[in-house]
Write a protein that binds this ligand. Structure first.
Ligand SMILES: C[S@@+](CC[C@H](N)C(=O)[O-])C[C@H]1O[C@@H](n2cnc3c(N)ncnc32)[C@H](O)[C@@H]1O
Length: 219
């Protein structure tokens, strides 16, 4: 599928109001929020940037807990849906491709010490070159100490049946290679796991990789 076809796919997906999209926050969002709240006062997060926010199920959850939020998605329909559902003044939704988000990231970082970057089921929805550019951009822009929360489908998930069928573009990731790519972009992995039971939806129990990483000071 060509890049623009993929984005057209997501516009159709989020523009179909009859589709029963999950509205509860994901298990990964609950986990990430828990991790953000156990940080000590001096390490605390003062904002969340979400990439590939979809219908905003996790963005609304983070902003409901008081976080300043910037949520980005390349699909105009997804962003329109998020804005129509948003109830929190500190949440901002913008249509933007992840690799072109330099200005948005820099603007959001003004006056902030430490942010969390969150992307669920996003890395496997973009091509490998785009993933590399995305991680390089984060490595270049985020100050030391910022946290990165990522969850993605891994190779063993390829054969499993999907609730949302085969229309989605899915690039099943090698968990170890993905962690190596994250570290090569200037982050150290603090926590990682690959398995089932982490991203259940109706009768689907995807095999996923999860990672929490911290931006290191430049060497
Ligand atoms: C599988 S959905 C995940 C949505 C949401 N994070 C969730 O977990 O329910 C992938 C999302 O990534 C978005 N997306 C795909 N390519 C993108 C890109 N290059 N930049 C930003 N968003 C993109 C799609 O529009 C879609 O909303």
């Amino acid at each position: 599928m060509a890049t623009d076809d993929r984005l057209g796919y997501w516009d159709t997906f989020y523009g179909r109001s009859s589709l029963p999209l999950p509205s509860l926050p994901s298990q990964f969002a609950a986990f990430a929020l828990g991790e953000m709240f156990v940080l000590s006062v001096e390490d605390k997060i003062d904002g969340v940037i979400e990439f590939g926010c979809g219908n905003g199920r996790d963005s609304h959850f983070f902003s409901a807990y008081g976080f300043d939020l910037l949520a980005l998605d390349a699909s105009a329909e997804a962003i329109e849906l998020c804005r129509s559902l948003s109830r929190h003044p500190q949440a901002r939704f913008e249509q933007c491709r992840a690799t072109q988000a330099r200005e948005q990231i820099e603007g959001f970082l003004i006056g902030k010490q430490r942010v969390a970057v969150y992307a669920r089921f996003f890395l496997h929805a973009i091509r490998e070159e785009e993933q590399n550019d995305f991680l390089t951009l984060l490595g270049a822009l985020l100050p030391a100490g910022c946290l990165l929360f990522l969850e993605y489908r891994t190779v063993a998930d390829a054969e499993q049946e999907k609730v949302f069928g085969d229309g989605h573009y899915r690039r099943y990731l090698d968990h170890r290679a993905t962690l190596a790519g994250i570290e090569a972009s200037g982050f150290s992995v603090l926590y990682e796991i690959e398995g089932h039971g982490l991203a259940k939806y109706r009768d689907e129990d995807a095999k996923v990789g999860r990672c929490v990483a911290m931006k290191q000071t430049a060497r």
